[in-house]
Every structure is written in C-alpha cells, then in structure tokens.
Design a binder for this molecule. Structure first.
Ligand code: DON
Length: 316
C-alpha cells in the first residue's frame, strides 16, 4: 500500500468534519465564547521543513484559551527550572479543569500546570518581579517568536468577558493565596491569566508555535533552541497525561498523542519527530474539549499511522 499523502488526508478530514451534524456545544460560561459559530473547522499540520499543510478554516483566528498553558509552562520552566515543581504537581487530576475539591485536600498546591489552578500558579511565577503588563508582554513576545508572526494579538473582548464572569477562577486563586501558594495579588495574577487565555491565533500560527515540541526543543525554521530535548520530552509527557483534564485517558486511547485543549475549541497535538498539529472546532464535548477536534485528530493519527503507541495495521 502506498504511503498516505498528507495533503490528501488533511483535505479529506476537513471535508468530513464540515459535513458532520454533531458539532458539540460552545462554552457559555465565558459569554463571548458562547457567540462563536460551531460550523467552523480548521486543521494545520506544521512539518519539520517549515512547511504547513492546511485544511478548512485554518486562517480564522480563535481564542486559544487553555492551549496557552503549554506556552506559559514552557516560559515558567525557563525562569525557574525544576523549582517550579515545588509549587505545582505533575500528576493527572482526573477531575474537571476548574475543580476546587482536590485543591483543599492538597493544601493549595495544584495537581498539574494545566488545570486552571495549576495554570494560575504558573502565571503567578511568571508575574513575580514584573508588572502585569510586562509579564503579558513577555508571554506575547514568546508566542509571536514561536509562530514567527508578530500579528498575534489578545482579544480584549474575550478577556473582559472572562474578567466579568471568572468567579470560579477567583475562588481558586483566593484559596491558593490563603495557603501561601501565590506570591502576587490575586487580581494581578488573574488579570495576566485571563489575558493569556484570550490570545487569538489561527491553526496555522498555533501549529507553528508548537513545532519546537515536535523537534527536540528546536524551532525548525530558525534552528534556535527554545528548550532542551529533555524539557521538550517532559512537556510532551505532561500534555499526554494532563492536557485534556478528565478526558486525558480517552484522548490518549483514541488519538495517542500529547495534546492540549482549550475551551475555545482548539487543540495542539504533537507528533514527536514529525509534526505539530493544530485543530479547531468551537463545539465542545462534556469534558470541555473540542468534539470534532478530537475526532479529526483520531482520524489523522489513524490514517497517517502517527500515534506514539504504534500505527494501526491498516492505514487509510
Ligand atoms: O480559566 C478558564 O476557565 C478558561 N480561561 C480556560 C479554560 C480552558 O480552556 C479549559 N480547557 N478545555
């Protein structure tokens, strides 16, 4: 059987996803996200030679939300090294992304850097020693550098929408502050957190931004070393085990790649040694992860033989 041709596979998946009636439900707890049309689907696969194969609405900007947590974790590890693990764990939570229950049992130390509490602790670390505006500037410059694109922006309407309704995150942050886990004022930390979640990117930009994780920490276009191979490996491991919250086991079972989802409907998935994949479809499943995004990635890994756990015997 001939090797599957990636551009054909991407085009087929975009057409198949566009035709499906099951779209999932948009997140309404951030009112601005509740207005996004679920009939959209985009897919971009960034390869090691710098080329990007795209399908569907891959140039439409969407709110990356929790996908930003991969990049804030990378930045914070750059500042703190392994000391960061004193403030946040790296075990799967098995609970919803905004759960507060576990946090009490674990004395305010979040289970991992991808649940909301963990990402808020990571943001606090980036903020220390800076003004909120400077910390946000660091995060934005990092994203723009990784994507080789300085047009990436923060959607202020989404940030303001979450700022108005972020009661749950305020509860998590206050709880951690009570346990002495946060160094900075809660409102400063949340201001930076809400704004980095509100970064808007398209699939093409996001796939490119994640490429260093597929290539042993190196930016494939410039050859610049973003992180060590060991750190890239470890970030991928945390994406695999924690990137989809209580849906992480199901994602590993079906897709078989390190991945990070966001409630805007985006998912970044890494095929180590081969590709960085960004997919977006705004409708979510019950665990808050993109419904069609997950199905599209499952189809892609099956047809390309790309799961880290081995290829299906019969690709395509
Ligand atoms: O803090 C929140 O709830 C959102 N800004 C991000 C949550 C999120 O994306 C969860 N992912 N599936």
């Amino acid at each position: 059987m001939p090797a599957p041709h990636l551009p054909d596979v991407v085009a087929e998946i975009a057409a198949e996803m566009r035709a499906r009636p099951d779209r999932g439900e948009v997140a309404t707890y951030i009112p601005e996200l509740g207005r996004v049309d679920t009939n959209q689907f985009g897919l971009a696969v960034a390869l090691g030679d710098g080329s990007i194969v795209c399908g569907g609405d891959c140039d439409a900007a969407f709110s990356i939300q929790s996908v930003s947590k991969v990049f804030t974790l990378t930045l914070a590890l750059g500042f703190a090294g392994d000391r960061l693990w004193n403030r946040v764990g790296r075990e799967p939570s098995g609970s919803r992304f905004n759960s507060i229950v576990q946090l009490e049992h674990e004395r305010g130390v979040p289970r991992n850097p991808f649940i909301n509490a963990g990402a808020i602790a990571v943001t606090d670390h980036i903020l220390s020693g800076h003004q909120p505006r400077e910390a946000l500037g660091e995060i934005m410059r990092f994203m723009q550098f990784l994507a080789s694109d300085d047009t990436i922006f923060i959607d202020k309407a989404v940030a303001a929408s979450e700022e108005r309704t972020g009661f749950n995150n305020r509860a998590l942050a206050n709880f951690m502050k009570g346990f002495g886990v946060l160094e900075n004022p809660v409102e400063y930390v949340l201001g930076v957190y809400f704004h980095h979640c509100a970064i808007a990117m398209n699939c093409r930009q996001l796939a490119r931004a994640g490429s260093f994780l597929a290539h042993r920490g190196k930016h494939p276009e410039t050859g610049f070393s973003v992180v060590t191979p060991e750190r890239a490996k470890r970030i991928n491991a945390i994406m695999l085990t924690c990137g989809h919250y209580d849906g992480s086991g199901e994602f590993a079972y079906r897709v078989g790649l390190p991945g990070k989802s966001g409630v805007g409907g985006g998912i970044l998935a890494i095929v180590p040694g081969k590709a960085s994949v960004a997919v977006w479809s705004p409708g979510l499943d019950a665990a808050g992860n993109s419904h069609l995004g997950r199905i599209a990635l499952e189809t892609l890994t099956r047809r390309m033989g790309w799961s880290i756990f081995g290829a299906d015997s019969d690709p395509i």
